[in-house]
Design a protein around this ligand. Sequence first.
Ligand SMILES: Cc1cc2nc3c(=O)[nH]c(=O)nc-3n(C[C@H](O)[C@H](O)[C@H](O)COP(=O)(O)OP(=O)(O)OC[C@H]3O[C@@H](n4cnc5c(N)ncnc54)[C@H](O)[C@@H]3O)c2cc1C
Length: 481
Amino acid sequence: MKIAVIGCTHAGTAAVKAIAAEHPEARITVYERNDNISFLSCGIALHVGGVVKDPEGLFYSSPEQLARLGVDTRMRHEVLRIDTAAKTLRVRSLETNEEFEDSYDKLVVTTGSWPVVPDMEGIRLDNVQLCKNFFHAKEIIARAGAARKVAVIGAGYIGIELAEAFSDLGKEVTLLDNMDRVMAKYLDAEFTDAAEEALAGRGIRTALGERVSRFEGRDGRVAKVVTDKGEHEADLVVLCIGFRPGTELVKGQLDMLDNGALLVDEYMRTSDPDVLAAGDSCAVRYNPTGQQAYIPLATNAVRMGTLAGRNLVEPKVKYRGTQGTSAIKLFDLNIASTGMTEAAAEAAGLDAAAVTLRESHRPDFMPDAEEALLKLVYERGTGRLLGAQILSRADLTQAANTLSVCIHNRMTTEDLAYVDFFFQPHYNHPWNLLNQAGLAAEKQRAEALRRQAAEEQAGAEQAAAKEQAAAEPKPERRASA
Ligand SMILES: Cc1cc2nc3c(=O)[nH]c(=O)nc-3n(C[C@H](O)[C@H](O)[C@H](O)COP(=O)(O)OP(=O)(O)OC[C@H]3O[C@@H](n4cnc5c(N)ncnc54)[C@H](O)[C@@H]3O)c2cc1C
């Protein structure tokens, strides 16, 4: 069996390892246009900020390691064309420019994503940088040395992490976003307010609710970011405004969402039975809504990659979907979220409600305790959990993982209120914070039900009174003289 894998970062590496383990007899060829594999982009900000000194640690595999599994990894080889009907690929070596054809029995598309680059004036100025791969990391670090004022465009978790890293390096940082809150996709306002306060406390300027319209330069190098509300001086700009799936090669050949994310079934099979796909090139099933969504995360990529390998020939193990669970450390704040925010649930038209708890993370008799902010979003009628967010100086981020499992298993606020968690004073209360959130939501639901019953009762009484009034005989009118 001849297997071709295109792209070898997280999804590709995971797929190749799984295929080699399941099909030792197979001839596996990997095409990767980069000069490295398995780069952990999550380490870029840590490397920029000097926390991770040796970038070697940001790779967990290599062509040599894959060779030991019998895999032929062709580095600096770009796949130019895929013909799924003929099961062939057109490939170019980026070293020699030589082009050749290859064929496959099974193809795994793990071509990932690429940063969104807006088509606007000044976008090609020097020092306007992208942030995705190891090459970008090196470029950012090289250019940051001489930069004084850095503008980070996009206040998602990648932008926030970079803003913190540049601030640690002593740069004047401006963080811009067209949304009026930072990390608005993952967190509701109670949490983003705290994050914005933390950013301001460290001298990072935020320019929120501003849409970038162009970049102005001096001597070919960026000097200014111009928005619909003003101007911001910057001698280094990093764009972090999102990602697009890199699936142009199979456009028109495989089913995809409007944004180009490949649609795969729960066994990672595309609309072509001999083509599987995984990672950022794909849409994923978002469990809170049950819909396909584009949520590019390394966590999904490694799981999907492994499953593409395991299910290559026959369906064996199902993908479980995702809650888009993620976390960020912002200075001394530990923040994590899973599933839907209240704002997202409302935008999706769900009848959602939320409870927010502010509690010390462990008993007051302990020498110290940190405040924890926990929000639970749930479906009003059924109590089904939809999402959660947690923030504290204590690291309580694992609570988001626990809640992710709860959402995955379609648990309700009542389940959460009474499910078993340990108690130990170093870590929590006899009623774990998550139990407390469940109890608070149950109380809120009971009150809402009582209110609804009272309203229904009042409505019924009013209707009965009206009916009675209508049934009563009307006094006869006297004819006027
Ligand atoms: C700065 C940053 C921080 C992040 N932090 C986190 C985090 O903390 N947690 C988390 O879960 N996720 C994080 N992510 C997201 C995570 O990195 C991605 O979800 C993950 O890289 C996706 O892996 P992938 O293998 O699907 O795709 P990609 O990483 O995009 O890799 C695709 C590969 O395919 C190759 N390729 C594409 N087209 C071709 C072609 N035609 N021919 C040959 N090769 C090709 C590319 O060169 C690339 O190596 C972060 C991302 C960034 C940019």
